[in-house]
Ligand binder design. Structure first.
Ligand SMILES: [Ca+2]
Ligand SMILES: [Ca+2]
Length: 207
């Protein structure tokens, strides 16, 4: 019996070691959008982006600043009071080619509790909203601050988003529940703000 006990102890210690070292966690991240795209806007676009009021936004790719693959997506923005903007990827958008690398239907959402994006900041102090549109077209928001330089993995736990009260699509179910599958994500730098950020390697993860 002592040998059996020792065996289980070794198994437990090994499991703790692998868990803490992240080896067992490696399967708990799924790359859903690698941003290896040629950026284009409009109805056939690969990115659904635009602005209103006096705000402005430019979206491009960048092959020198990247976290994964050959490139990231670069966003140059000026957000002013009364204006708005959006930079979105996913399904159900006006841009018909903006789908993620991994199709929404191929993601087992029950296995994950957060979405993770690598963001390249410039410590501008700007607030940047990150929204998810759920299966009922309800918009959920989480706001980050660009208070870091260079790449940072930003983790957005699903249960820390809140339903937007400033705006919802006409088709939103407004049931105050995040319904899966999520259809799309979008960034919105908030006013007042001006600067550049990059994003790459969008994943769903299990924390
Ligand atoms: Ca990439
Ligand atoms: Ca909902």
């Amino acid at each position: 019996m002592k040998i059996v006990g020792l065996f289980f102890l070794v198994v437990i210690l090994a499991a703790v070691f692998f868990f803490q070292s992240g080896i067992l966690n490696a399967n708990d991240a799924l790359l859903i959008d690698n941003l290896e795209i040629a950026v284009s806007g409009g109805p056939q676009g690969t990115v659904d982006f635009g602005s209103g009021g006096d705000s402005s936004v430019e979206v491009n790719t960048d092959s020198s600043i990247k976290n994964q693959g050959d490139q990231s997506v670069k966003v140059v923005y000026m957000a002013v009071d009364g204006g708005h903007m959006w930079i979105a990827r996913g399904t159900g958008l006006d841009a018909s080619n903006a789908g993620w690398t991994t199709e929404v239907k191929d993601i087992d959402w029950d296995k994950y509790n957060a979405i993770s994006v690598y963001v390249y900041g410039e410590n501008s102090g700007s607030s940047i909203a990150f929204d998810l549109k759920d299966a009922g077209s309800e918009m959920w928001r989480y706001i980050i601050t660009d208070d870091f330089d260079g790449w940072k993995q930003v983790v957005f736990p699903f249960d820390q988003f809140y339903a937007r009260s400033d705006w919802q699509p006409a088709s939103a179910d407004n049931n105050s529940q995040m319904d899966f599958p999520v259809q799309s994500y979008q960034f919105e730098p908030l006013a007042p703000g001006k600067g550049t950020f990059y994003f790459d390697q969008v994943e769903v993860i299990k924390e």
